[in-house]
Design a protein around this ligand. Sequence first.
Ligand SMILES: *Cc1c(COP(=O)(O)O)cnc(C)c1O
Length: 424
Amino acid sequence: MDERRRIARTDVLLADPRLAEAAGRLGRDLVKAAVVDAQRRARAGEVPVDAVADAAAAALPESASGLREVVNATGVLLHTNLGRAPLSPAARDAVLLASGATDVELDLATGARARRGRSMLAALLERVPAAGAAHVVNNGAAALVLAATALAAGREIVVSRGEMVEIGDGFRLPDLLVSTGARLREVGTTNRTSPGDYAAAIGPDTGFVLKVHPSNFRMTGFTREASVAELSGLGVPVVVDIGSGLLAPDPVLPGEPDAATRLAAGADLVTASGDKLLGGPQCGLILGRAPLVERLARHPLARALRVDKLTIAALEATLRGPRTPTAEALHADVRTLRARAERIAAETGAEAVRCDAAVGGGGAPGVVLPSAAVALPEPYAERLRLGAPAVMGRVEDGRCLLDLRSVPPESDGALIEAIRAAGS
Ligand SMILES: *Cc1c(COP(=O)(O)O)cnc(C)c1O
């Protein structure tokens, strides 16, 4: 008899306890696909005919989502392709809790409707007392779109020619702003813009003056920019896009603007991303004078840009919780990183080397963070990327470097196992 006729039928295989349990967790379609593929491999002689259930169970995905867990060993702390900031354990717990029914818009004491995300907004204002009010939207770009739409549609935004920035993947802030129906009134030159340039451009059509932090490039030499303080007396709102979401100054990043300092200098609104240096979920923060923030929050477009309960939960836990993984990585002591690299290298037969890490996420382009890496032969890069969990390193001078500044110390064990698996 043909051996292959002994391959179990699909319904019989789906009754295997492991596969039945998985069908409850992952959905029947994903499990069935794994079963059908294992049967095909058995017919092709790649799997013993009596081990089809084992093969199907081994090939099951870890989750019903196509997204895979990745250890970020690139040395780029905020890697856009890896989802920027990793959430803190506190934020992950909060997301899980909020994922069911939750009182995001309900006062449990009275049973009445309550302001959406009020406790998260309170957390934001506690961290930035200089702000009169706060509002949160989908991302930094959405914060700018809302400001432009609510304050300057059909009118002018006065902006320096040195701050017409492309943020990445072909997205240009000037195009984004113009898409709202606002007109850009460009002032100054690429390298020099003075307060007088702004003053001369301001008139009855001005919606606001916009300052954009050139977060992903640096301009040096014969340059001049107007400070927020110099612009705050011009009689029109000053909106400052700080980009990275630092709420207060950080001595490790002296050139990085923060919300508290900009508001103290006279900014009427500050906008920023939540998933860059703040270390939280993707969202856009709007902080500033209460009447302006309310105008934005009450604009019809605000409904289309509003954040979901998972983001609200993650952001509040990021703000109230312990130091974020991003802050830990940014402030990690280089001697600790070297000791970790040496231990991992000793356990895996690799070499520990010194290297430089970067903030990334289009932020702090001039900042070099001294770091330490485990160096492996270049072919490891692909094998590690295809492992579970996937490990993403960087290839430098013909070697695969696993930079430990972007790897949380809890992942060292997983990294050692991944290196061993990739080497066998
Ligand atoms: C990152 C960035 C943005 C865009 O923010 P997203 O959250 O990616 O939408 C806008 N402006 C500046 C200065 C930035 O650095």
